[in-house]
Design a protein around this ligand. Structure first.
Ligand SMILES: NC(=O)c1ccc[n+]([C@@H]2O[C@H](COP(=O)([O-])OP(=O)(O)OC[C@H]3O[C@@H](n4cnc5c(N)ncnc54)[C@H](OP(=O)(O)O)[C@@H]3O)[C@@H](O)[C@H]2O)c1
Length: 304
């Protein structure tokens, strides 16, 4: 398949853009002017524990003008509204749109904004960081993309999964969109809230905040099931118990660096969906309120 646009060539987008371009795919990274200059001059450099260090040429543009087969969206939730200005609906046309943001609500937003496109529910699991414009450090010994193949986009999803596999990415195709999105969110919301609130890694929070961990996972899993997802709370807690003790969440790293948090997209979405189903989520709400207050008080006075 040719013609892949990547909106947001950061930790996630830059890694996939680099891996796909290395296999000969025609990749265009969409970014702001400073990053476009760097990419056009130096290309992308990926330093990966799994794939080694390599540099590749990619196209770079501030806005999508030509049609593409696939469009990956890999900005943070807090950057999405601005970034989508670079992706006009007429240029996207009938492309396959694969958003890789954490959270769930962006899928509906994108389906409304790009009615002619095939917007697919998708998630990515990896640990990857944009250390400088055009420079990506990939620390996890895996990259896993899961996409839901339903309706008219099913064949395009399978073709793109083959391209990802060819590029070294572990790509799974599911026929259950709710489970794709909510199985990740159930785990991630607990990890992000606990590690960010405590300022401590997974190993510490799962011991010291055990009751909250079980409650957070139980609440999100109840919401997930109401959304039609097959999510088992005990299995998610067991998975949490198995992750490396030193693991941090990206929300925790964002909080430590003073960057905006994806709190609303990740945990706010759990609270809103719970309200729609009439499911009480008191522990999730308490953590959301705490972190919202903290990020407000961290803002400069005239920004509040
Ligand atoms: N990183 C991970 O390991 C990981 C794993 C799983 C899921 N996720 C999720 O994936 C999403 C992306 O995270 P990330 O860590 O890859 O973020 P990131 O490293 O901060 O990358 C975001 C990219 O978006 C670009 N960008 C920001 N505003 C833009 C705009 N208006 N127009 C065009 N480009 C813009 C940034 O450009 P510049 O380079 O110019 O700053 C940057 O390259 C998040 O929802 C995150 O939760 C991340």
């Amino acid at each position: 398949m040719s013609g892949i646009a990547v909106l947001g060539p950061g930790g996630v987008g830059g890694l996939l853009a680099g891996l796909l371009a290395r296999r000969g795919q025609d990749v265009t990274c969409l970014a702001g002017p400073a990053t476009v200059d760097v990419l056009a001059r130096d290309g992308l450099r990926v330093e990966s524990r799994q794939f080694g260090t390599f540099a590749v040429r990619v196209r770079a543009a501030e806005r999508l003008d030509d049609g593409v087969d696939v469009c990956l969206i890999a900005v943070k939730a807090t950057q999405l509204a601005d970034a989508l200005e670079r992706l006009p609906a007429d240029a996207v046309g009938g492309a396959l749109v694969v958003p890789l943001l954490n959270g769930v609500e962006h899928v509906d937003l994108l389906q409304r904004r790009y009615p002619g496109a095939g917007v697919v529910p998708a998630t990515i699991r990896c640990e990857s960081t944009r250390t400088a414009p055009g420079v990506i450090r990939h620390d996890s010994p895996f990259v896993r993309v899961e996409m839901a193949a339903t309706g008219r986009s099913a064949d395009a999803v399978r073709r793109f999964a083959d391209d990802l596999t060819d590029a070294g990415v572990s790509a799974q195709v599911s026929d259950d969109p709710a489970t794709v999105m909510w199985s990740k969110l159930t785990f991630l919301a607990a990890l992000a809230l606990l590690t960010t609130a405590a300022g401590a890694p997974a190993g510490e929070v799962r011991e010291r905040r055990r009751d909250d961990l079980v409650a957070l996972v139980g609440e999100a899993a109840a919401v997930a099931r109401a959304e039609g997802a097959a999510v088992d709370a005990a299995a998610v807690v067991a998975f949490f118990d198995g992750i490396p003790a030193g693991m941090q969440s990206s929300m925790q790293r964002d909080a430590e660096a003073g960057r905006p948090l994806e709190l609303d997209a990740v945990a706010g979405a759990v609270v809103r969906t719970a309200a729609r189903h009439g499911i009480p989520v008191p522990v999730t709400s308490r953590y959301v309120d705490l972190l919202t207050d903290r990020s407000r008080s961290a803002l400069p006075r005239d920004a509040t």
